[in-house]
Structure formats: structure tokens, C-alpha cells
Design a protein around this ligand. Structure first.
Ligand code: MD3
Ligand code: FE
Length: 199
């Protein structure tokens, strides 16, 4: 049965070891087609997480602002959303529309993601589905105001989270990772894949 963390539904161990390895292989292909990048926020801050994407649109940021874009920095279209990733969305999202965007976040040693809301999607009534692979990450989620109290939980390799309803616009972030403690990525690090209906 899933765990509820401030309205976020977490399915611990949704993917077994074989499913994680298969997904990882598909994600390596995504990163080969659209290389991971360390973005700078519109404010000029270099983010510690490296990112890429798959699907019709991918999330990018630069001095012009945050947005979903149909091409990556090298000018090409984003690769297709891997089949193994799409299968998770179809199993847990609870909606009958497929996502048009799949964001891939890579956390190396010391990487983290500050508390934020996901508000760049056209219609936030669609859920977001998140898949964690590799090293554990300390996930924090609060409410609709930055000041609301938060709850924390480690997301482990193979965990799947569904962000729907009220929780969809909750402030959330990753405080830290346990670099090198996972068994799925031999080189260490954490991968988080999020599926969205962005446009
Ligand atoms: C709660 N990713 O990609 S995953 C993001 O682990 C993001 O890389 C984090 O925040 C990561 O935007 C957290 C869990 C998650 C993802 C999306 C959410 C939680 C969410 C959207 C709304 C509320
Ligand atoms: Fe987010």
C-alpha cells in the first residue's frame, strides 16, 4: 500500500531491480541523444542538478526564463519518452491521457533542489508522476505557501510518487542525497524522472 506524505502518494519499491536496470538503459539513451546540462536560473544561479528531457517538450531555463521548449540546446528535438517510463505513468497516474514531457534530473555528489512549486505547466490539474533511481534522496514536501510546515521522507531507487490534487501545487524539494549508497548506479548519484502534461 502507498504512503501519504502531505498528499503525495509514494509507492515504495514500485520497480524491482530488473525493471530499474531496464529503465536506466533507456535513460542512458535519452542522455546520449540530449546531453545532461547544468542550467542557470533566470537569476544567474547555476543549478547543482544536471537535467535533460524526453517527449514533445522539455523544461529549459536561461536568462529569458523558465519554459517548456520543443528543442534542446543542441537544436534537435527531444528523444521519445522511454517505453518503460511511459508504462509507469499509465499504471499510476489515474488519467487516460499520456504525458508530453519527461524530465530527467541527475544528482551528483552534493546536488540538491531547493523548495519550489511546479507551475510552468499549462494546466496544473494534470498529475505529475516521479520515479527515483540510484542513491537515496531526502524529499521534502509542504503546502501551497512556502511557510507551510513540511514533511520529509527518503526516496529510494524504484520508488514512484504521484503528485495529484492539492499536492500538485505543493512546495517540494530534495535536501540532500546519500551519494554512493545506492546499488543501481555504479558511478553513484541519483536520477529522478518526472512525467508531465506540460502543454
Ligand atoms: C510535488 N524533482 O522535477 S521528485 C522536479 O527528486 C522535482 O528531482 C524532485 O521537484 C527530484 O520538479 C522531486 C518528487 C516530485 C516531483 C514533482 C512534484 C514532487 C512533486 C510536483 C508537485 C508536487
Ligand atoms: Fe518540482
Amino acid at each position: 500500500a502507498p504512503v501519504d506524505l502531505n498528499g503525495v502518494t509514494i509507492w515504495s519499491g514500485w520497480l524491482d531491480d530488473a525493471a530499474q536496470s531496464a529503465m536506466l538503459a533507456e535513460l542512458r539513451d535519452v542522455a546520449r541523444a540530449a546531453p545532461l546540462r547544468q542550467y542557470e536560473t533566470p537569476g544567474g544561479q547555476k543549478m547543482s542538478v544536471r537535467m535533460t528531457a524526453a517527449g514533445e517538450v522539455g523544461w529549459v531555463t536561461d536568462k529569458a526564463g523558465y519554459r517548456y521548449a520543443p528543442c534542446h540546446a543542441d537544436g534537435g528535438a527531444w528523444p521519445d519518452i522511454p517505453a518503460s517510463v511511459l508504462a509507469v505513468w499509465r499504471a499510476v497516474s489515474g488519467v487516460d491521457r499520456d504525458p508530453d514531457s519527461c524530465l530527467v534530473n541527475f544528482y551528483g555528489e552534493g546536488a540538491k533542489m531547493g523548495l519550489h512549486q511546479d507551475k510552468d505547466e499549462a494546466d496544473p490539474r494534470w498529475p505529475v508522476v516521479s520515479i527515483s533511481l540510484g542513491d537515496p534522496g531526502l524529499f521534502r514536501v509542504g503546502g501551497h505557501s512556502r511557510k507551510d510546515p513540511t514533511k520529509s521522507r527518503w526516496l529510494n531507487s524504484g520508488d514512484v510518487a504521484v503528485l495529484a490534487g492539492e499536492a500538485r501545487l505543493a512546495f517540494h524539494g530534495i535536501d540532500r542525497i546519500k551519494f554512493g549508497e545506492g546499488e543501481v548506479l555504479p558511478e553513484g548519484g541519483r536520477i529522478n524522472v518526472t512525467l508531465r502534461v506540460a502543454q
